[in-house]
Ligand binder design. Structure first.
Ligand code: UDX
Length: 447
């Protein structure tokens, strides 16, 4: 079988390298020359643990090719995966321009029966549109089936998720096409669920919306914990013990970011609106998330009053650890607010500085180690829970900062540990620790 993957982004690359690794012959096509040049040399254009070595291995053993040539990619293909971007438009709806372009290109070049399988996250009904485009342009002698098989990869553990996912969803109208797709995935030994196309499309949105709701829910409980003197970590553990609730996605913090949750939640609200349904719960999830991202600046002002000319050390720029992605990262919004308040920002991240620089330019100073970020700072804000940040020696705040005041947006340290040092420490959903108070006397806001 000849498999082609359209798009060399996170989903396209992991899918290409993963399918090649389980024995398929895969060609991955993209329109960006720089990307393809890098990939042909075995280098990954994105930071994703394990991806580069997987690409290199499968390039070398001949299972994987990269190209910009659509004829080479699509003619003769048995299965074509669509993994192009579906960015957000200003009103929150999904921009399908890349889906349109790739569907037209596929229709132009296919020359035998083919299954087109959509991995990109697309609103319900889009696969029918893809089908229409392909059917309106291809020769009538060619049979082209369209299948929806959404991706559930997490950045930072995408390779692991490809090989050890919880489920594979195949949405198809044609049972033969569904069976062929099942065979493609079979070596992964991941449970496969077959369904209709629209349900498959909805499973992806509903999954992301549910996980986002879980995060906003625990963040609201955290906010309440701060007000009533409870500790969110104890509460999250306590509720997570109930198997119906589970422990995952109950980590309180400064909200979700990234390329999926913010975009997909807004798209689902929009999709619901188009179907004349107001998705009030999801609207609230988004609202809570936006508010959560304002907490570090509010807390900093509570302590310092004005932030004008204050030196702020920002620790962490990526939207989560193990990725260089800063899309919709809380750090970007928080830094923007800090700059508006007149603060001077020095930011550290082990990997994401180049991407952050594309957005922030020289409005902030970049620090290539934590010591330098903290040096002479009036306050430090932890915005991403990188291992490097979680494992700093806590006396570093005291040694390098003007005043050891830390706002921890990701609850990186245990309160017990923090209390051993003379640090003022405000986290999310847990009692504040003040350096000038006796160690056992924790201040509880608004109690
Ligand atoms: C997500 C989905 O998990 C994945 O299935 C989908 O395919 C794409 O979107 P991703 O965005 O890579 O993956 O990261 P994820 O690990 O889900 O985290 C998303 C955001 O939620 C991050 O900003 C993270 O910091 C935040 N988060 C996650 C929390 O604030 N608390 C949690 O308990 C979990």
């Amino acid at each position: 079988m000849k498999i082609t993957v359209a798009g060399a982004g996170y989903v396209g690359l992991v899918t290409s390298a993963g399918l090649a690794d389980i024995g398929h012959n895969v060609t991955c096509i993209d329109i960006e020359k720089d990307k393809i040049d890098m990939l042909q040399n075995g280098r990954s254009p994105i930071y994703e643990p394990g991806l580069e070595s997987l690409i290199e291995k499968n390039l070398l053993n001949g299972q994987l090719q990269f190209t910009m040539n659509p004829e080479q990619a699509y003619s003769g293909a048995d299965i074509i995966f669509i993994a192009v971007g579906t960015p957000e438009q200003q009103d929150g709806s999904v921009d399908l321009k890349y889906i349109h372009v790739v569907s037209h290109t596929i229709a132009h070049y296919i020359n035998k029966d083919v299954i087109v399988c959509t991995k990109s996250t697309v609103p319900v009904g889009t696969n029918e549109l893809i089908k229409q485009i392909i059917h309106s342009r291809k020769s009538s002698a060619i049979k082209a089936e369209v299948v929806s098989s959404p991706e559930f990869l997490r950045e930072g553990s995408a390779v692991l998720d490809f090989f050890q996912g919880d489920r594979i969803v195949i949405g198809a109208d044609d049972p033969d096409a569904a069976s062929i797709m099942e065979q493609i995935y079979l070596p992964l030994k991941i449970p496969i669920m077959k369904t209709d196309i629209r349900s498959a499309e909805m499973i992806k949105y509903a999954s992301n919306a549910f996980l986002a709701a879980k995060i906003s829910f625990i963040n609201e409980i955290a906010n309440l914990c701060e007000k009533v003197g409870a500790n969110i970590e104890e509460v999250a553990f306590g509720i997570g013990q109930d198997k119906r609730i589970g422990h995952d996605f109950l980590k309180a913090g400064i909200g979700y970011g990234g390329s999926c949750f913010p975009k997909d939640t807004k798209a689902l609200v929009q999709l619901a609106g188009n179907a004349k349904h107001q998705f009030e719960l999801l609207e609230a999830v988004i609202k809570v998330n936006n508010r959560q991202q304002t907490l570090p600046v509010i807390k900093a002002k509570e302590i310092l009053g004005s932030l004008k000319n204050k030196k702020v050390a920002v620790l962490g720029l990526a939207f989560k650890p193990d990725t260089d992605d800063v899309r919709e990262a809380a750090s970007l919004k928080i830094i923007k607010e800090l700059l508006e308040e007149g603060a001077n920002v020095r930011a550290y991240d082990p990997i994401a500085i180049p991407n952050a620089k594309k957005v922030l330019g020289d409005s902030v100073e970049y620090a290539y180690n934590i010591h330098y970020a903290l040096y002479e700072a009036d306050i430090a804000m932890i915005l991403t829970e990188w291992e490097q940040i979680k494992h700093v020696r806590l006396n570093m705040f005291q040694t390098y900062m003007k005043e050891p005041i830390v706002i921890d947006g990701r609850n990186c340290y245990s309160l017990e540990e923090i209390q051993k040092y003379p640090i003022t420490y405000l986290s999310i959903g847990r009692p504040d620790v003040y350096r000038d108070k006796p160690k056992d006397e924790l201040r509880i806001i608004n109690l």
